[in-house]
Design a protein around this ligand. Structure first.
Ligand code: ZN
Length: 309
C-alpha cells in the first residue's frame, strides 16, 4: 500500500513581504529556495523557505497578499508549524530569540523539549528538539551554525472542526501510524526524518478560523511519485468518499487537493521533481522563476513585485 511518509510543504498567508522574508531567512535562518510568483496571480510573490534543497518536509511557503488583514487562527485550520531542531539546541535558540526580543515559552510535548513563539505577524511557530532532525541537511550558508540549524518540520498541529474523520484521512488515506496521545493531542506518525508528526487537537472552545495574514492556507502531504499519489487519491475518493481535484502540475511537484471533513485544505504532493530541476542547488532562490505561460510578461512582473528587503 502506498503511504505518505510525512509533510511535503505547508503554505501560509502573509501581508508583509519584508517582515516575512526577514523572520524566516534571518531569525530562523532558513534558505530562500525559490524566487517565484503565485501562478494564479503573478503580480504577487509566492515565497519558499526550506533547508539546503527545500527537501520535502522542510518547505514553508507563503502567498503574499500585500496588506491583507490578519486572519483569525481557529478551528478548521492547521495552526502551529513545528520546526525540528537537533537535540541539545534549545538553549541556543532561547538565547537567540531572547536577544531579538521575541516572547517565548518553553514546554514539552511527547517528551520532546520545545519553544513556542510567534512570527512578526503573529503566526504560531514552535521549535522542537527532534531526535531524527540531525539526519536531515541544514542550510550551511545561513546565519545559524549547522550544529543548531532548523532541519525542516517536526510536524504540524491540525485543529479540525471535528477530528474523527480527519484522523481517518491520516490513517486510512495516508497510511500514518497511531502515535498515541499527549493530553488533548492525538498524534499520527509518518516514517520520514522530518515532518513526520501530524497532531490533531479538538478544542471546542476555540472560535472558527478565518483566512488572512498569519494563518495557514493548506498542508501538503508527501507521495513518493505520481503512481503513489494516484493510489492515495483513489483511497481518499473511493474508501473515504471525499472528492479530490485532478492532478495539477506545480512545476516543482504534482498536486491533488481536497478539503478534509474537519474543514482543512489538504494537498498530496509528489517528492519529484523538487526545487533543483530548474536551477542548480548552489543557486536556489537567486533568480526569478516563472512558469512558461507567464514568461512573456517577465519585465512587467519583475517591476510589480514588492521588495523583500
Ligand atoms: Zn501547496
Amino acid at each position: 500500500m502506498a503511504k505518505s511518509t510525512g509533510i511535503h510543504h505547508i503554505t501560509g498567508i502573509t501581508g508583509s513581504a519584508k517582515q516575512n522574508f526577514g523572520f524566516y531567512t534571518k531569525t530562523l535562518g532558513l534558505r530562500f529556495v525559490k524566487r517565484t510568483v503565485n501562478f494564479d496571480d503573478p503580480s504577487a510573490w509566492h515565497l519558499y523557505y526550506g533547508n539546503e534543497t527545500g527537501a520535502p518536509g522542510s518547505a514553508l511557503t507563503f502567498f503574499l497578499w500585500d496588506g491583507v488583514k490578519p486572519g483569525r487562527q481557529g478551528t478548521g485550520q492547521a495552526v502551529e508549524v513545528a520546526y525540528a531542531i537537533p537535540k541539545g539546541s534549545l538553549p541556543f535558540w532561547k538565547k537567540r530569540l531572547d536577544a531579538e526580543g521575541f516572547a517565548t515559552a518553553e514546554s514539552e510535548r511527547f517528551g520532546d523539549k520545545m519553544i513556542s513563539l510567534a512570527d512578526l505577524e503573529g503566526m504560531k511557530i514552535e521549535l522542537v528538539e527532534t531526535s531524527s532532525a540531525a539526519n536531515a541537511p541544514a542550510w550551511a550558508d545561513g546565519p545559524v551554525s549547522v550544529e543548531h540549524a532548523v532541519r525542516g518540520f517536526s510536524g504540524i498541529t491540525l485543529r479540525p472542526h471535528n477530528g474523527t474523520r480527519t484522523g481517518e484521512v491520516l490513517k486510512d488515506g495516508f497510511g500514518y501510524a497511531d502515535g498515541g496521545k499527549d493530553g488533548e493531542r492525538q498524534r499520527y506518525l509518518g516514517s520520514a526524518d522530518i515532518g513526520a508528526h501530524i497532531d490533531i487537537v479538538i478544542d471546542k472552545e476555540q472560535p472558527r478560523g478565518s483566512q488572512g495574514a498569519a494563518t495557514l492556507h493548506h498542508v501538503a502531504f508527501r507521495a513518493a511519485n505520481d503512481a503513489d499519489e494516484m493510489e492515495i487519491a483513489n483511497r481518499i475518493q473511493n474508501v473515504l468518499c471525499i472528492d479530490t481535484t485532478e492532478q495539477i502540475d506545480r512545476m516543482y511537484f504534482h498536486s491533488v487537493y481536497f478539503r478534509e471533513p474537519g474543514g482543512i485544505l489538504f494537498e498530496i504532493a509528489t517528492d519529484n521533481p523538487g526545487f533543483t530541476w530548474d536551477e542548480p542547488k548552489e543557486r536556489l532562490g537567486t533568480s526569478l522563476k516563472l512558469p512558461p505561460w507567464h514568461e512573456k510578461n517577465r519585465a512587467a512582473i519583475e517591476k510589480s513585485l514588492p521588495p523583500l528587503e
